[in-house]
Design a protein around this ligand. Structure first.
Ligand SMILES: [Zn+2]
Length: 61
């Protein structure tokens, strides 16, 4: 199981994206950012994706 905490990205937010693959997490994180943080697809730059990808970590829970 992989996890990404929204607050690690820099938002004051308790959302945690969970998934089996990085791509699944990226998909969920993008959906969450657009839905709950009012971001547009063009706001999610390649640099931001790289940053988010680097924040994904393994979790056994
Ligand atoms: Zn969030």
């Amino acid at each position: 199981m992989l996890k990404l905490k929204c607050k690690d990205v820099g938002f004051k937010c308790g959302f945690v994206a969970k998934g089996k693959t990085e791509d699944e997490i990226m998909q969920k994180a993008a959906e969450h950012a657009m839905k709950d943080h009012g971001m547009k697809p063009e706001d999610i730059t390649p640099e931001m994706k790289e940053k988010i990808r680097s924040l994904i970590h393994k979790s056994w829970f």
